[in-house]
Unconditional design. Sequence first.
Length: 454
Amino acid sequence: MMFVSRLKAFFKTLAVFINNLPRKHFFALIILFVLLLIISFIPSQIATKKNIERQLVLPSHVSTSQTVEPSSSTTAVTSRIEPLVLDTSLQTDISTNYSANREVEYEIKSGDTVSEIFQREGISAALLQELLEADLQYVRLSNLLPGQKLKLLISPDNELLSLVIIIDLANTLTFTLKEGEYVSNLETKQGEWHNSVFRGEINGSFYINAKAAGLSAGQIQQISRALGDKIDFNRQLRVGDKFDVLVAKQYIDGEYTYDSEVLAVVLESQKQIYTAFMNEDGRYYDKDGLGLSKAYRRYPFNGKYRISSPFNLKRRHPITKRISPHHGTDFALPVGTNVYSIGDGVVTLVGNHPAAGRYIVIKHSRKYTTRYLHLSKALVHKGQSIKMGQLIAKSGNTGRSTGAHLHFEFQINGRAVNAMKVNLPLSKEVPKKQKAEFNKRRDLYLKEMGKDLT
């Protein structure tokens, strides 16, 4: 009891002493106490991991094949030490190469470039130039759009083995490394085409009423091109006029690709009926088979200029010296020469390409497409409707070129053909050999539209 009383007195005296200390001494005492507390928690030794190794030594008189005799005081146990045999099923060949090709997928976003994507994956920037050379036939690599997808197959040493560009539902462009160089191939799915009928009545502008009926801007442009020489859509149409349109739409795996074609138009305006039916040559004719638009022209320029390099699928390239198909016809046009569209159509591409230079692509129908390369200046823009003979560009010497010239290319269903020999629709009415088939197709279209023009 006395010990407890003394202990209380000690702590009371200590408290009084601490309270009477100057402020500086008081804080110094607290800091000292904290330091001592911290030091007390530090271990005196830092534990280190040690591997304890023991060597097992057999007695020299014991053989690995010797039988050990038990003592007389124990039960006899025969023990035999067998040599250690490894299970080969668990062995691994240390020379096995665990590396494998990498598959990388990208979805193009606004502002993305192929060179930046290659840089992220550690692929040489010089490789892009090789791919652009292989892309000369399609000029797609330099026109990537948001939403398109890239698939890259890369070897362990960062060599690009293949590049797949999913352009849209219908088109996939592939670059494959073969024997040290890249080979390009454009795969186009035909899909399924289904026809739809759109009807409307004029109570304002034709464009607004056609849009309200469900037609797209591109389809309305096709109608305007087909009948533009017969009727003024802005001045001649009146309230109450009616229109029926038959449109073919492409579907792949049940999904609409947004590729379409206007097959037939019947426009009733003030007791006058205007008709347009697409023929197999991609042109529109009225119900009697008379042409509604001007025919195609053979050359995309005025005057006469020599062919500097003809269409040749086995040509040896003048610069690379490799066998490289020439899918177009080159004309020796001086820089700045006017270049014209050879037919009505819509501009689908305008761009710059390291090999093709400044170029323009025009789609004239589901069947026909033309391309104009190495231009010095483009005078049209993507999505613009074009008439036959319309000035579209100035010739030049851009891209990979040995001199000023125009590369003119004609494609049928996506395949390049000789523009100087292709059978162009140059007549003003359905050719006689196509007339029976045209009449049959016309009657089928009218039946689908529920129209009787007799």
